[in-house]
Design a protein around this ligand. Structure first.
Ligand SMILES: [Zn+2]
Length: 227
């Protein structure tokens, strides 16, 4: 293995350990990839069905631009490798991270019918490289298809920049970016926004239920309707 490939593998394993420490790989879900070469493209991707809380020599395998193993191996690429294939095919991204968390699933369900969720005026948006006052960030939400080629086809229609994110309804988020560091930073920022929003909605609902029980305001400035 080349020195570059070893470096990339190490970087990706470190990201996996950090995300595992956050408990973002429920039930062996989630998959990660990092680009090694261009012309032709090769990238490391998670092997299927591994416990991502453990670090072993069989966590990742090298695949080509179509997601097929580059060398003979007993390891199978993650079933969702095709999503990573689409990202490297359409962008200059160097890393792609896909996690299923409770917060990203809740957000995708709340706003799935609208096809996107938008956040505004939060400091953490700067971590996504948007620095304007009252910046707005919008994340598309696509339906979840059990058939991966169908899912990948829908998914690929929303890949239009070298960094970005797509929510798959009641499934998870994929975030891609220039390198492992930038991509992990963006993923953390998105998950912060989701978690904040879920907590805020829950508290507002409790607050309003309390008001209604007290015979207070059911409609008006203090009211809140959960979508
Ligand atoms: Zn998934």
């Amino acid at each position: 293995m080349s020195i570059l490939a070893q470096q990339r593998l190490h970087e990706l394993a470190d990201v996996k350990d950090e995300l595992a420490a956050r408990d973002w790989f429920f039930g062996t879900s989630g998959n990660l990839s990092i680009k090694v070469d261009e012309y032709p493209t090769t990238f490391f991707v998670s092997a299927s069905g591994k416990d991502k809380r453990k670090r072993t020599n069989e966590d990742f395998l090298l695949v080509d631009a179509k997601g097929y193993p580059v060398e003979e191996t007993p390891l199978k690429p993650s079933a969702e490798t095709l999503l990573h294939v689409k990202i490297y095919d359409r962008t200059n991204a160097g890393c792609s991270l896909h996690v299923h968390t409770i917060d990203n699933n809740v957000i995708s369900e709340l706003y799935g019918d609208e096809g996107a969720v938008t956040f505004k005026g939060q400091e953490i948006i700067k971590a996504l490289g948007v620095w304007e006052e009252n910046a707005e960030i919008s994340i598309p939400i696509i339906p979840n298809h059990a058939d991966i080629p169908t899912l990948a086809e829908t998914f690929s229609q929303y890949i239009n920049a070298d960094q970005g994110a797509i929510l798959i309804r009641n499934h998870g988020i994929t975030v891609w970016g220039k390198n492992a560091f930038e991509t992990k930073k963006a993923l953390e920022a998105y998950e912060f926004l989701f978690s904040y929003h879920v907590k805020l909605l829950s508290l507002k609902n409790i607050y309003n239920l309390h008001l209604i029980n007290q015979g207070g305001i059911a409609n008006g400035n203090n009211s809140f309707t959960c979508k």
